[in-house]
Design a protein around this ligand. Structure first.
Ligand SMILES: *Cc1c(COP(=O)(O)O)cnc(C)c1O
Length: 348
């Protein structure tokens, strides 16, 4: 029997398999130890050694000069967009991008930035589709200042952006005087799935925002990466948005632990996503490239999610007929097999 204040999980009942998102992971025991032992200081004074170490480490991984720890991926993306565009200018991105779907209109609401969107198959970036949409600087039209690319693409089902296409984008951006931002919430997954180096991705973009709290399994936090000048400006924007944190080294320690221990293991999440997809052949939309599987149903997605919940499997409803499954640190082989069994049973 559950006591007051504790989760109501009865003894002998297996823990649900939670495939709603890779944000649901809890810090591991080793991560909690790293957090408890972290050296800290006041990060608004730039005096937290663990935050400073995290920022230096992430900047180096992506081959950029500097980095800044921020509370969320949303804040990271929005600070980057403001660094690269002036009020009244526009950002070009995929129509299903996180920045235009899940960030509550922040670019417009906070910074006076417009967005202009391009339809892509599963969010896949294709230079040829974007080039005609870029509005060049003149006295008559809105200036397209930034192209933003999401890698991997969340609503696209964890699809990976091909590095050759991104390199072609860099060449075009240099010619057209455009800036490039990467929403790299799951760039770690792209790196592990393809073997493309993080610095190779880093070389394409003027700014990147990368999450520690998705597949890497840290409880909180993202990091933005760019030049020293831009990161100095980003520090001011972060403070303005209320994102200046004090002894944030407690959180940065979790991020550092994740960088050291949880990148290569993402391959296991990708394998489990393939296991799930293989068990649900009729309804899978994507051949999973990373840790996300999208299902398109004949019936009602909410009804399936409710039935799965009753059988101990939690999934996300992303449209009236679509379900998303995300594998992560807290789903092992047994969990993936159990979920595959429950879902294939319900879909029979
Ligand atoms: C989760 C996510 C973010 C950031 O989300 P926060 O919840 O604000 O940390 C940004 N982009 C993508 C693609 C994401 O999946």
């Amino acid at each position: 029997m559950a006591s007051a204040g504790s989760p109501s999980v009865a003894v002998g009942v297996t823990r649900p398999v939670d495939l709603r998102s890779d944000t649901v992971t809890k810090p591991t025991a080793a991560m909690r130890r790293a957090m408890a032992e972290a050296e800290v200081g006041d990060d608004v004074y730039v005096e937290d050694p663990t935050v400073n170490a995290l920022e230096a480490e992430v900047a180096a991984l992506f081959g950029h000069e500097a980095a800044l720890f921020v509370p969320s991926g949303t804040m990271g993306n929005q600070i980057c967009l403001r660094l690269l565009a002036e009020p009244g200018q526009e950002i070009l991105c995929d129509s299903d991008a996180h920045i235009v779907t899940y960030e509550m209109g922040a670019a417009a609401a906070l910074f006076g930035l417009g967005t202009r969107t391009v339809l892509g198959a599963r969010g896949r970036f294709e230079l040829d589709a974007y080039v005609p949409q870029v509005r060049p600087p003149d006295w008559h039209t809105v200036r397209t200042a930034v192209i933003a690319v999401e890698n991997t693409h969340n609503r696209g089902g964890g699809s990976v952006q091909p590095i050759e296409e991104l390199k072609a984008l860099r060449a075009h951006a240099d010619e057209a005087d455009l800036s490039l931002h990467c929403d790299g919430a799951r760039i770690w997954n792209a790196h592990v799935a393809t073997g493309t180096g993080l610095a190779e991705y880093g070389a394409v973009f003027d700014t990147l925002s990368v999450c520690l709290s998705k597949g890497l399994g840290a409880p909180v936090g993202s990091v933005i990466v760019s030049s020293s000048d831009r990161i100095a400006a980003a520090r001011i924007l972060r403070k303005r948005l209320g994102g200046g944190m004090r002894q944030a080294g407690i959180l940065a320690a979790a991020g550092r632990h994740a960088l050291h221990h949880h990148i290569e293991r993402l391959a296991d999440d990708h394998a489990r996503a393939r296991t799930l997809a293989a068990a649900l052949p009729g309804v899978v939309v994507n051949d999973p490239e990373t840790n996300i599987v999208v299902l398109e149903l004949d019936g009602d997605a909410h009804a399936l999610a409710a039935a799965a919940r009753d059988d101990g499997v939690l999934v996300s409803v992303v449209s009236p007929t679509r379900i998303r499954l995300v594998t992560h640190l807290d789903v092992d082989d047994d969990g993936a097999d159990r979920a595959a069994g429950v879902l294939s049973g319900l879909l029979d």
